[in-house]
Design a protein around this ligand. Structure first.
Ligand SMILES: Nc1ncnc2c1ncn2[C@@H]1O[C@H](COP(=O)(O)OP(=O)(O)OP(=O)(O)O)[C@@H](O)[C@H]1O
Ligand SMILES: [Mg+2]
Length: 198
C-alpha cells in the first residue's frame, strides 16, 4: 500500500483538486481510496455531486474502508504549522505540497522546505497561468535553485477544474475536449509519483 498525502500551509491552493485527480490517476493502477481529512469535506462533496472512479471515505471511517487498497490518497485542511507537516510526512510515503506561483507564496514555501528538512515531500506548482506568462516556470526555478524538491510537472490554471468540481467529476471525465486537456497535467504528475514511489 502506498499513501500519498496532499497538504500545505495555505488554504485554497488546489489541495482537494489535486487529491481528486491523483486518486483518479491511481484508480487506473489499482484499488484506490481517497480519505477526506478536511472537516470541510470538500472531496466527499465533490464525489457526491457526481461520480468518481474511486472510493471516498471520511477520515473517521477510513480505517474500516481502506481494506486492501493499493493507493491511499489523503486530502487535508491547510496546516500552517510545520510541526504538523513533519508529523504528516512520517505517516505517508510522499507528501505533496501544492503551491501557486505568486511572490507571496515563495518565502513561506522556502521556510516550509527548510523546516521539513529531509522529509519525503515534493512541492507542486499549481494554478499556473498559461504562456506567455512565465510565473510558474520562474517560481519552479527559484525553488529548485533553493534545493526545494519540486515536481517537473506543473498544473495549468484552467476553468476546467472549478467546472469539474461543480459537476462532481475529474476533468478526465468531462465531455468537452477542450476541458479534458488539463487531465494531461495530472496524468503526468501521477506518472512522476509512480517513479518516485518505485
Ligand atoms: N489548476 C487550477 N486552475 C484553476 N482553478 C483551480 C485549479 N486548481 C484549483 N482551482 C480552484 O481553486 C479553488 C480552490 O481549490 P481547492 O478547493 O482544490 O483548494 P484547497 O487547497 O483544497 O482549499 P481548502 O484549503 O479550502 O481546502 C477551487 O475553486 C478550485 O476549483
Ligand atoms: Mg480542500
Amino acid at each position: 500500500m502506498k499513501i500519498i498525502t496532499v497538504t500545505g500551509y495555505k488554504g485554497g491552493v488546489g489541495k482537494s483538486t489535486t487529491a481528486i485527480h491523483l486518486s483518479t490517476f491511481f484508480s487506473a493502477q489499482g484499488k484506490t481510496i481517497l480519505v477526506d481529512g478536511d472537516p470541510n469535506r470538500t472531496s466527499i462533496a465533490w464525489a457526491n455531486r457526481g461520480s468518481v472512479p474511486f472510493d471516498v471515505a471520511d477520515e473517521r471511517q477510513a480505517m474500516k474502508m481502506i481494506g486492501d487498497s493499493e493507493y491511499v490518497v489523503i486530502d487535508t485542511p491547510a496546516r500552517p504549522n510545520t510541526d504538523d507537516l513533519k508529523e504528516l510526512a512520517k505517516g505517508c510515503d510522499l507528501l505533496v505540497l501544492p503551491t501557486a506561483p505568486d511572490v507571496l507564496s515563495l518565502q513561506p514555501m522556502l521556510e516550509t522546505a527548510r523546516d521539513l528538512g529531509d522529509a519525503n515531500y515534493r512541492a507542486l506548482m499549481v494554478i499556473v497561468p498559461p504562456k506567455p506568462n512565465r510565473e510558474g516556470e520562474l517560481m519552479q526555478k527559484e525553488l529548485r535553485d533553493n534545493k526545494v524538491p519540486i515536481f517537473r510537472t506543473m498544473i495549468r490554471r484552467t476553468i476546467a477544474f472549478p467546472k469539474a468540481a461543480l459537476l462532481g467529476v475529474p476533468v478526465r471525465d468531462m465531455n468537452e475536449l477542450r476541458l479534458k486537456e488539463a487531465w494531461k497535467d495530472y496524468a503526468n504528475l501521477g506518472n512522476e509519483i509512480l517513479e518516485i514511489l518505485k
